[in-house]
Design a protein around this ligand. Structure first.
Ligand code: SF4
Length: 306
């Protein structure tokens, strides 16, 4: 069996001062993003940020996620930006380019500080994460949810142990994420599940899709959306190397499906999306979409998300 990437790895933290906390975003389902960290220790094999890292001349291979920039003053800057007269209290999306509850947050607590600022200004917010550490901040999230619109999306692409272990070397087990969803929902917070990315030939098996839909329903998720894997340059090379290490028999299929393109032709994912829709109906899960990342941002948009 091929060696697994270590779950714990040496990470270098560089503390930096940011000039702005809010980043304007174009052509997405939201207008403002906020990322307290640059880089993500979760190091998912399919991470779309790798494509941006390649374009920015930073490592998108095995070295990605081992050096994190920590925007140490981000909450103070956010406070002054939300206090401007020109600010129109638009929704701020946290975690569009990095996970706000990656391990660094345990030490630096910048996501928590930003949530406190959003709460103080009763500013609508949305967040996408794979980090169960979020339950630490249920107090501030509940306060924010009482004052403004708040939606959390938990990414749960699969709950298959083997696929998770091989493609998400730094994340908490999906079952821990589901427990976190339960706790957030019990606290009155609106939480949905993003079943993405679905990996062709791996997590697209109907029984695996059903496991996620059923688990999302049981945890109390208010909706579920799904998306197939996209492979842009930077993400593609790394993902293919992981595939070669763990599932070499799938390489020809992926090389054929993604040849010359980042997105699967519609016909490839259609059956899977139909199956997800069927399962949602069967298990009574809504397809309600709030402020989410769909489709994943283009590399040029990611530069604005940082
Ligand atoms: S958690 Fe999200 S941002 Fe972090 S490595 Fe995984 S896909 Fe990328």
């Amino acid at each position: 069996m091929a060696a697994l990437e270590p779950r714990l790895t040496q990470v270098a933290y560089e503390q930096v001062d940011c000039k702005s906390a809010l980043n304007p975003v174009k052509n997405m389902m939201f207008s403002w993003s906020l990322n307290p960290y640059t880089g993500c220790e979760h190091r998912c094999a399919f991470c779309y940020v790798r494509a941006f890292e390649l374009r920015a001349d930073r490592p998108s291979d095995d070295r990605y996620g081992r050096s994190i920039r920590v925007k140490i003053n981000v909450a103070g800057v956010l406070r002054s930006e939300l206090g401007r007269r020109s600010w129109k209290r638009e929704t701020v999306v946290i975690g569009a380019a990095t996970d706000p509850y990656q391990p660094a947050e345990g030490r630096f607590r910048l996501t928590r500080q930003c949530l406190e600022v959003l709460r103080d200004f009763a500013n609508p917010a949305a967040m996408i994460t794979r980090g169960p550490m979020i339950v630490r901040d249920i107090d501030v999230l509940s306060d924010l949810a009482r004052r403004a619109d708040l939606h959390i999306t938990f990414s749960v692409p699969t709950i298959d142990d083997d696929i998770w272990r091989k493609t998400e070397p730094g994340t908490a087990h999906p079952r821990q994420r589901l427990k976190a969803i339960e706790k957030l929902v019990a606290a009155g917070i609106d939480v949905g599940v993003g079943m993405a990315p679905i990996l062709p030939g791996l997590s697209d098996r109907p029984e695996l899709l059903e496991d996620v839909v059923k688990a999302a329903r049981a945890a109390g998720a208010t909706g579920l959306w799904a998306n197939m894997l996209h492979l842009k340059d930077g993400t593609r090379e790394h993902f293919m190397s992981v595939l070669a290490r763990h599932w070499p028999e799938l390489l020809p299929r992926y090389e054929g499906a993604y040849r010359g393109r980042a997105y699967l032709p519609q016909s490839f994912g259609e059956q899977t999306m139909r199956e997800v829709a069927r399962l949602r109906t069967l298990h009574g899960v809504s397809d309600r979409r709030r402020v989410i990342l769909k489709p994943p941002p283009e590399p040029e948009q990611l530069s604005l998300l940082n």
